[in-house]
Ligand binder design. Structure first.
Ligand code: PGA
Length: 242
C-alpha cells in the first residue's frame, strides 16, 4: 500500500497533559500528523519521534498586540510542521471567512509551515446534488488559495475534503461521494490553479468500521480523523494496519 497521511485532530481535547502524553505515545508512528491543542505543542515537539506535529489554528499577523493569538513563526520556531486552516468548526463557531482563511494560509506558508486546508459543503448544498457541491467546493478553493504561488502550494499544501454534514455526526460520506469530490478537487487544483501534484484527504466520521475501506481506496491520499483520534483502541487498530 502506498503511504497514506493520517491527521489526528484532537480539537479541544484532552484535559490534562498526562492524558495527552498517553495518546501522543500511541499516535507516534510514521505518516501521522498530530494536531494537538496549542498548550501541548511544546511538550510534544520534544517528545515525538516519528509523527509530525500540527497546530489547529494560526493567526496571520507576524507579531504584536493581538491578545490570545499565536503566529506562524512561533509555531515554526517550536518545531511544528503543519497547521490546520479553515476547519468547518472554525468557519462556523469563530466566523472565519474565506478572506481570513486565505490570510492564514499565506502567513503559514510564508513562515515555512505546511497548510492543511479543510473544505467541504454543508448538508443543504449536498441535498441539492453533485453540481451544487462542486460549485461550493470550487468557490472555497478559489477564495482560500487566492494569489498564492502554485509551486509553493505543490510543496506545502494538503487539502482535506470534509463535508460539514459528516463531521462529528457518525454519518461518513460514501466512498463514491468522497472519490467524486477528491477527483473534482484534484482536477480543479490542476486546471484552475496549475498544481501538478496535490494531496487530498478525507475527513468526517471516520471510524473503526470504515477506516480500512477508506485507507485501501487508491484515490484517497489519507484521512483526517476527529472523534476517534482520542480512542486508544482505534489508534491501536490503525497502528497494526500500517
Ligand atoms: P470527526 O471529525 O472525525 O469527529 O467527524 C473530523 C474533523 O475533525 O474534521
Amino acid at each position: 500500500m502506498r503511504k497514506k497521511f493520517l491527521i489526528a485532530n484532537w480539537k479541544m481535547n484532552p484535559e490534562t497533559d498526562k492524558e495527552a502524553s498517553r495518546l501522543a505515545a500511541l499516535w507516534d508512528f510514521p505518516g501521522v500528523v498530530l494536531a494537538a491543542p496549542f498548550v501541548f505543542l511544546p511538550i510534544f515537539s520534544k517528545r515525538l519521534r516519528r509523527a509530525a506535529l500540527a497546530a489547529q489554528d494560526v493567526y496571520w499577523e507576524k507579531e504584536g498586540a493581538y491578545t490570545g493569538a499565536v503566529s506562524a513563526r512561533m509555531l515554526k520556531a517550536l518545531g511544528v510542521e503543519y497547521v490546520i486552516i479553515g476547519h468547518s468548526e472554525r468557519r462556523n463557531f469563530f466566523k472565519e471567512t474565506d478572506v481570513i482563511i486565505n490570510k492564514k494560509i499565506k502567513a503559514a506558508l510564508g513562515a515555512g509551515l505546511k497548510a492543511i486546508l479543510c473544505i467541504g459543503e454543508p448538508g443543504p448544498i449536498r441535498r441539492k446534488g453533485e453540481p451544487a457541491v462542486k460549485k461550493f467546493i470550487a468557490h472555497q478553493l478559489r477564495e482560500d488559495l487566492k494569489s498564492i504561488n502554485a509551486r509553493e502550494l505543490e510543496q506545502k499544501l494538503m487539502v482535506a475534503y470534509e463535508p460539514v454534514w459528516a463531521i462529528g455526526t457518525g454519518r461518513a460520506a460514501s466512498p463514491k461521494q468522497i472519490i467524486a469530490a477528491i477527483d473534482f478537487i484534484k482536477k480543479h487544483l490542476l486546471i484552475t490553479l496549475n498544481l501538478k501534484r496535490s494531496v487530498v484527504l478525507y475527513g468526517g466520521s471516520v471510524s473503526k468500521k470504515n477506516v480500512l475501506d477508506f485507507l485501501s481506496s487508491e484515490e484517497i491520499d489519507g484521512l483526517l480523523v476527529g472523534g476517534v483520534s482520542l480512542n486508544p483502541s482505534f489508534i491501536k487498530s490503525i497502528r497494526n494496519y500500517k
